[in-house]
Ligand binder design. Structure first.
Ligand SMILES: [Mg+2]
Length: 243
């Protein structure tokens, strides 16, 4: 209501929107494609390629918390665990394969650019909150997506993963808005939607359309009963509260 008692036509419901990255703004990639990439890395390192891929998948938590250091340090550690003795050149070659794959995933999220630009021009601040390892953080600034966002919070930088309330707190603090004026959009990996709701954000499920049934998703929320978006453009309608 205004001071003279008239109703506002509408008021902004959300001053900011936080997005998950993989499976939401960009594909997660299929498990088969991820394994093929890891096997390529294993070949460069001259270790058992299947064991290297298994170990990489099994250490997601440590890698996403930054516990193994940067990409090259992670590669060397896992190769040595498997009995390898990689040269700097082999490590560099494996790292390049990983970065190329990660870059391709971010590029494959181009369909998100149009709805993100529409949201930006509607006014809310935008942020990304991602459980990810250091390779993504390294290529993020070079992706077309990065310029659309005001803030980013990456698990490996912070040493914490969703649904830890601290990762949402850091992102909201960087946005500089109140938590109850923030929407959270994600596919549901890492139990991020219930975590966001518990922190006081308004969570929406949106799953990036992938051309595969074999998408790589971690700790997803199949029983999410909150709101779902069929399309990122639907967010525009949610930005304002009806009068
Ligand atoms: Mg996700």
């Amino acid at each position: 209501m205004t001071l003279d008692g008239r109703s506002e036509p509408s008021s902004p419901e959300f001053e900011a929107i936080l997005f998950d990255l993989f499976g939401t703004l960009v594909p997660t990639g299929s498990q088969a494609a991820r394994r093929a990439n890891l096997e390529e890395m294993g070949r460069a390192l001259e270790v058992d390629v299947g064991a290297f891929a298994d170990r990489w998948f099994a250490t997601f938590d440590e890698r996403a918390r930054g516990r193994f250091g940067n990409l090259e340090e992670t590669i060397e550690r896992l190769a040595r665990e498997l009995g390898g003795d990689p040269t700097p050149r082999q490590i560099e070659s494996a790292a390049r394969a990983r970065l190329d794959y990660a870059r391709a995933l971010l590029r494959a999220g181009r369909r998100s650019l149009v709805p993100l630009d529409a949201l930006r021009s509607a006014g809310p601040r935008l942020g990304v909150v991602s459980d990810t390892s250091e390779d993504t953080v390294r290529i993020w600034p070079t992706s077309e997506l990065a310029s659309r966002f005001d803030v980013a919070a990456f698990s490996c930088d912070l040493g914490i993963r969703k649904p830890d309330p601290e990762i949402y707190r850091v992102a909201v603090e960087r946005l500089g808005v109140r938590a109850d004026r923030v929407a959270y959009v994600g596919d549901g990996g890492s139990h991020e939607l219930t975590g966001a709701e518990a922190f006081g954000l308004s969570a929406f499920q949106y799953v990036f359309p992938e051309p595969t049934e074999d998408a790589y998703r971690i700790d997803r929320e199949p029983d999410w009963s909150g709101p779902r978006l069929g399309d990122l453009a639907e967010l525009l309608k949610r930005l304002t509260r009806p009068p």
